[in-house]
Design a protein around this ligand. Structure first.
Ligand code: SF4
Length: 227
C-alpha cells in the first residue's frame, strides 16, 4: 500500500510525525490552521460600481470558477461579508455609502481596489464628481491594476489576499486587541465632499477667511512746509 502524505499546508515544518501516524495525525500551529480556514472561505460582498464590475461578475461565473477558492458565495449583506471588492469608479455621491457599508462589515474584513478607477481615479482622476482612489477613505489591502482588470488579474489579486491572510497571526491582528476599533466617519456630500476627519482644519481655514481684514496702515501726513 502506498503511504499517503499529509497535506503540507497543514503540517508545519519542524514537527516530525512518525510514519505510522501520518495518515491520521497532523501537527501544526494555531495560526496556520486558523488562517487556512479563513483563506478558503472569504465571502465577497455583492456590489459593483461601474464597468469593472462586469469583469468581477464574469470571474464569479463558471468559466473562471471562484468556487475553487471558497469565494463563490457573494453575499448581498455587509454583515455576512468579509471582502469588499471595489469594482469601478468611486463617485463623490457613492463614497458615503461605501464607507457606511465598510463600517457595517464585521472584522476580520478586507478591501480590494479593482481597476484604475478604484485605485486612483483612473481616466476620471480629478473629475468634478470622482474620488481619486477609494484608499483616501477606507484601508485597501490589495490593488488590482487594469482598465478593466481581466478575470485572471482579479483571481491573482484574490490569491495575493490569501497570501496576506496566511501571514497574519491570531495574537497580533487588530480585531482581537483590547482596544475598540473606531468606525470610519462617513464623508458628507455637499457642494464638494467633506471628510469629517478634516473638519477641524476646514473650520480653521473658514474662520481665517471670515476674519475681518486688518485695516491698512495709513500713510503719515506730510509736515506742512515752514512759512
Ligand atoms: S478602471 Fe476602466 S473599466 Fe474599470 S471602472 Fe474605471 S473606466 Fe471602467
Amino acid at each position: 500500500m502506498t503511504e499517503k502524505t499529509v497535506a503540507p499546508t497543514v503540517n508545519s515544518a519542524g514537527y516530525d510525525v512518525p510514519p505510522e501516524l501520518r495518515q491520521s495525525v497532523a501537527i501544526t500551529t494555531l495560526d496556520k490552521i486558523w488562517n487556512m480556514g479563513r483563506r478558503y472561505s472569504v465571502w465577497p460582498m455583492m456590489f459593483g460600481l461601474a464597468c469593472c464590475a462586469i469583469e468581477m461578475i464574469c470571474t464569479a461565473a463558471s468559466r473562471y470558477d471562484l468556487a475553487r477558492f471558497g469565494m463563490e458565495v457573494m453575499r448581498p449583506s455587509p454583515r455576512q461579508s468579509d471582502l469588499m471588492i471595489v469594482s469601478g469608479t468611486v463617485t463623490k455621491k457613492m463614497i458615503p455609502q461605501i464607507v457606511r457599508l465598510y463600517n457595517q462589515m464585521p472584522e476580520p474584513k478586507y478591501v480590494m481596489a479593482m481597476g484604475a478607477c478604484a485605485s486612483g481615479g483612473g481616466p476620471f482622476k480629478e473629475g468634478y464628481n470622482v474620488v481619486s482612489g477609494v484608499d483616501q477613505y477606507i484601508p485597501v489591502d490589495v490593488y488590482v491594476p487594469g482598465c478593466p482588470p481581466t478575470p485572471q488579474a482579479l483571481l491573482h489579486g484574490l490569491m495575493k489576499l490569501q497570501e496576506k491572510i496566511d501571514r497574519e497571526s491570531i495574537t497580533k491582528v487588530r480585531w482581537y486587541q483590547k482596544d475598540e476599533i473606531p468606525a470610519i466617519p462617513v464623508p458628507i456630500l455637499g457642494p464638494d465632499i467633506i471628510d469629517p476627519r478634516d473638519s477641524a482644519a476646514i473650520r480653521e481655514m473658514a474662520s481665517r477667511k471670515a476674519a475681518p481684514a486688518a485695516p491698512a496702515a495709513q500713510p503719515e501726513a506730510a509736515e506742512a512746509p515752514a512759512a
